[in-house]
Design a protein around this ligand. Sequence first.
Ligand SMILES: Nc1ncnc2c1ncn2[C@@H]1O[C@H](COP(=O)(O)OP(=O)(O)OP(=O)(O)O)[C@@H](O)[C@H]1O
Length: 317
Amino acid sequence: MKTIFIVNPSARNDHSISSWRRFQKNITIPHMLYITEHPDDVKGIVGELVRNHPHETLYIIGVGGDGTMNSIITGTAGFENIAIGYMPGGSGNDFARGFHWPANQNEAYNLIKETASSQEPISLDAGLFSIGEGPKRYFVNNIGVGFDALIAKKANASLLKKKLNRWSLGKLIYPILLCRETLSFTPFQMTIEADGATQTLDRVWFITISNQPYFGGGMKIAPEACPNDGELDLTIVSGLSKWKLLFLFISVFFGKHTELKEVHTLRGRSITIRSGEGVPVHADGDFTGVIDGDRELYIKVLPDSWKMLNRSRWQKC
Ligand SMILES: Nc1ncnc2c1ncn2[C@@H]1O[C@H](COP(=O)(O)OP(=O)(O)OP(=O)(O)O)[C@@H](O)[C@H]1O
């Protein structure tokens, strides 16, 4: 068994690396360390590790936020004998909430030490998606089309997020942008096909397809989503006023928005979303492209496709 930390230095607007440097002194287990410059670096690192240690289990610990964990799931896909762990170092850290990891690095490290030596990892689902003829890519938390993708895009480019992250308050950017962008956003018409059943909806604010319940720094957008049920949970928000949307985003912190008549939920294993209007898409909080008349979004669940340390904290859903 080998423990490998992969640190994304640019998480939390470049503050992740300084908190990691402070924390690193506490690590007593034998380990290897990689600091990556780009999400695609992970695949090369993992490929080389697997070649050099073909008969050992690799515990790959991602240090960063949700984008970092997307790079870890993507970079380890297709390799055997890998179990994944997490040390929070991003702004929103919804991976920690959804996959039951502590919100602080000390506790996460203790959990890694404890579970790595004593427990079998647990198998979990991920999602695969493509836009039009584009490449197939992975997500682990959720993927979204419409208003949530616009917020993700603006948040990642925001100077205010950068400032807030100096005081570890980066996740406040989401409610701030939400209030601002609600005023100018125009909802879209979208067609959703889930496991063969098709519906077209007008005035759609957003559709989120979730593997686990949380997005946007703690909003419980898909309260029933469970990353080991072999399905994805769709949350469709359409036909409501701007004011009601703001109310929805308050209730979503408590997972109560699904009681509103403008919120529809569905489950599916294979989903296609179409729109003629140039709608943005995010995967795990990073803007990934646009769907329009020529390009549809295709998504499918990959059941039991990766393994995670920390079985003991897993709550069956
Ligand atoms: N392994 C990696 N190495 C370098 N850069 C990465 C890696 N993984 C992702 N990135 C890039 O770094 C950016 C920030 O990473 P990440 O999303 O983890 O942090 P964050 O935005 O602060 O946190 P959160 O997504 O939890 O709000 C991502 O948007 C992505 O472009």
